[in-house]
Design a protein around this ligand. Structure first.
Ligand SMILES: Cc1cc2nc3c(=O)[nH]c(=O)nc-3n(C[C@H](O)[C@H](O)[C@H](O)COP(=O)(O)OP(=O)(O)OC[C@H]3O[C@@H](n4cnc5c(N)ncnc54)[C@H](O)[C@@H]3O)c2cc1C
Length: 394
């Protein structure tokens, strides 16, 4: 009979050790350099960047989610979630983890493409020579993209001609290629195809959209953009299933881990500060009102970690992980805002100065309840699964 006392629920030793390596790297290499940079910086200067990338390559953590055969570390989604929590614990961490010094892979579904696509777009992106983005959302709406996508692609001989627009596309102002989802069958909600396009092709234009965070997105315009057939990613009219099943739900897991990591960093700052700041003759850490704020943050952070790990375990085990991923996304985006807000409160006036990363996280956290599927849409996914377990995706 199984002895319950022999069972220990703890991180595998290899992941624990790697987590410590990433933690040390962020605190000793990224945080001190960042303190010399402008508040809200999203890029390191080239010399700094080039001095750090050999370090992370040596650590074996370059592009941790990219399969090993394509030059990445090929880690499980669970290992990625654990490490992502550490990678983001610095001022720019929510949108520029480690300033890209641990590599930035292409959108995951690129690896579903042809050898030509992997060699032309995927591998150079892993190598840091190219930078990709992906575009689903349109001015007509992002919550229900299968219905909202109006960008049209029409066959013209061996090519396709794309007309339309995408909005709020992250990374496009600094990228040079991306994946565009366009309608190829106007009679079917799912008649959508994924195309790879390049920023400098005729018929492509973009306009940056200033938003609450420095890493701003762009609106893209396609005016008779000609795309060769070899740049169709996956099957014609089958881009939606590729997108819905492979990309969106899975991406919510590392996205949630980033929310958690910044919450952890803000909470740590609040705890440290509360021990040193004195009012009325004693540190504010001795006041119950302050302790209870820290207690709420501690409880939420711990609960959040397990929700993310549950989703990651389900994904790695090949189970239907969509509900768990939505739960992790809703909860992590929510508690990130609350924990950062409390950390600011505990810091008093200093909390809202640009000397600290807290006000930056406070602004940037707000996007997290909208991006990667808004909270209301995640709740629709969760409700669907509660009412009809194992049912078809929406
Ligand atoms: C900074 C930033 C970066 C982004 N980066 C990208 C990117 O790289 N690529 C990309 O494709 N997109 C990106 N997005 C777009 C993002 O995914 C969308 O904003 C999001 O999906 C919501 O779409 P929407 O803004 O059109 O809102 P809408 O779909 O118009 O929804 C508006 C509001 O109504 C709510 N709502 C909608 N339907 C329902 C319903 N049935 N029941 C209850 N409530 C509902 C929504 O939750 C939301 O609160 C980004 C957005 C931002 C702000």
């Amino acid at each position: 009979m199984m002895n319950v006392e022999d069972q220990r629920y703890e991180l595998p030793q290899e992941i624990r050790m790697t987590r410590n390596v990433v933690r040390d790297y962020i605190s000793s290499e990224i945080v001190p350099r960042e303190q010399e940079m402008e508040h809200d910086s999203i890029f390191m200067d080239d010399d700094m960047f080039n001095s750090l990338t050999p370090v992370t390559k040596e650590m074996g953590l370059w592009c941790m989610g990219v399969p090993e055969e394509h030059g990445g570390a090929g880690l499980s989604i669970f290992a990625q979630a654990v490490l992502e929590e550490e990678m983001v614990q610095h001022a720019a961490g929510l949108y520029r983890p480690a300033y890209g010094t641990m590599g930035s892979g292409p959108p995951e579904i690129l690896w579903e493409g042809s050898d030509y696509q992997k060699e032309t777009y995927g591998i150079p992106t892993v190598n840091g020579e190219r930078h990709g983005w992906f575009a689903i959302t349109e001015p007509s709406g992002g919550s229900d993209p299968a219905r909202a996508i109006q960008t049209r692609a029409v066959r013209d001989g061996d090519d396709w001609i794309i007309n339309g627009s995408k909005i709020f596309i992250s990374g496009a102002p600094w990228g040079d290629w991306g994946i565009v989802f366009a309608r190829t069958d106007p009679d079917s909600r799912r008649g959508i195809t994924a195309f790879i396009v390049e920023n400098d092709w005729d018929g492509f234009d973009l306009e940056p959209i200033p938003v609450i965070r420095a890493y701003y997105p762009a609106q893209l315009f396609f005016d008779n953009l000609r795309v060769p057939s070899r740049n169709v990613l996956g099957e014609v009219d089958n881009g939606w299933d590729l997108l819905a099943n492979k990309l969106l739900a899975r991406a919510r897991i590392p996205y949630s881990a980033a929310n958690l990591g910044v919450a952890v960093a803000a909470h740590k700052m609040a705890v440290e500060y509360s021990k040193t700041r004195e009012t009325f003759g004693a540190p504010i850490a001795t006041r119950q009102a302050v302790q209870w704020m820290m207690v709420d943050s501690e409880v939420e952070i711990r609960a959040c970690r397990w929700l993310i790990w549950e989703a990651a375990w389900q994904y790695d085990a090949g189970e239907d992980f969509r509900q768990a991923a939505s739960i992790a996304k809703v909860f992590s985006a929510d508690i990130l805002g609350k924990v950062v807000d409390r950390a600011i409160q505990i810091h008093g006036g200093y909390g809202v100065t640009k000397a600290l990363p807290l006000e930056r996280w406070y602004r940037e956290a707000r996007v997290r309840r909208i991006g990667e599927g808004p909270t209301e849409i995640q709740k629709m996914v969760i409700a669907r699964e509660i009412l009809n377990p194992g049912g078809p995706p929406g």
